[in-house]
Design a binder for this molecule. Structure first.
Ligand code: FE
Length: 239
């Protein structure tokens, strides 16, 4: 029989061996099989939100009021996209006697001789399903601040095309009144390969609106005062 000290020594060696074996194999194996909880939070399946994927070279996007994404920073003065619900085709109105074809292409009708309250009109040309129309033609003409049209030249007349985002900007003046009419701006609008829409735009809060037999409330612009005049917004909806 082995002496007691030999038996104790053997037990000590076994314990040391088992300790080393456990440290090397058993503990790592248990850790590998356990749930990973560090730096995670519980996310239910229904709370996972899809992540928008942007091309690396895409412009930054900012949501507008309608939830539509529009390039951010491209034009800080750009009108907000409209609420696309319940869009109707822009009504037509009479051309009147003062239209002249062949107006110059320009976004500002202020040629240095025009006097009056500065008015900057912006907006979109849209399809009935609310898609902006790039390259749409807009031809504006209007009376001066005294209510007179230039029928010999092209003062306060000009045409332009919507930009790649379907937007337009017109810099002009607030037109004056002439007998029988309220303040208005004439315009023709045509989407590429579409029919020409002839109509007129009106200013809100003008007392003579209610006395004008041509006036239609659907053609009222959204207008506000600015530091140097007035600003308006109107979105055309065309075929
Ligand atoms: Fe007119």
């Amino acid at each position: 029989m082995a002496p007691d000290h030999m038996i104790r020594r053997t037990k000590q060696l076994w314990r040391a061996f088992l300790g080393i074996f456990g440290a090397l194999f058993i503990i790592p194996a248990l850790l590998a099989c356990s749930p990973q909880v560090a730096n995670t939070s519980v996310v239910s399946a229904t709370s996972v939100q899809p992540t928008a994927v942007q091309p690396a070279n895409a412009p930054a996007l900012a949501p507008d009021a309608s939830g539509t994404q529009a390039p951010a920073g491209q034009d800080s003065a750009a009108p907000a996209m409209p609420n696309c619900s319940n869009l109707i085709l822009t009504p037509s109105e009479t051309e009147g006697p003062y239209y002249k074809a062949g107006s110059p292409e320009r976004t500002s009708l202020l040629d240095g001789t025009v006097k009056g309250t500065r008015f900057v009109l912006t907006g979109y040309v849209l399809t009935p399903d609310c898609k902006p129309v790039p390259g749409a033609w807009l031809d504006f003409w209007q009376a001066d601040a005294q209510g007179s049209y230039d029928n010999s030249g092209y003062t306060l007349r000009g045409h332009q095309m919507t930009d790649a985002n379907g937007r337009y900007t017109l810099t002009t003046i607030v037109p004056g009144l002439y007998p029988g009419r309220t303040e208005h701006i004439h315009v023709k609008v045509q989407a590429p390969n579409g029919p020409v829409l002839t109509t007129q735009l009106y200013f809100p809060g003008v007392p003579s609106n209610s006395r004008d037999g041509i006036f239609q409330s659907q053609m009222l612009m959204s207008v506000k005062q600015t530091s140097d005049g007035m600003a308006g917004d109107y979105n055309f909806v065309v075929k």
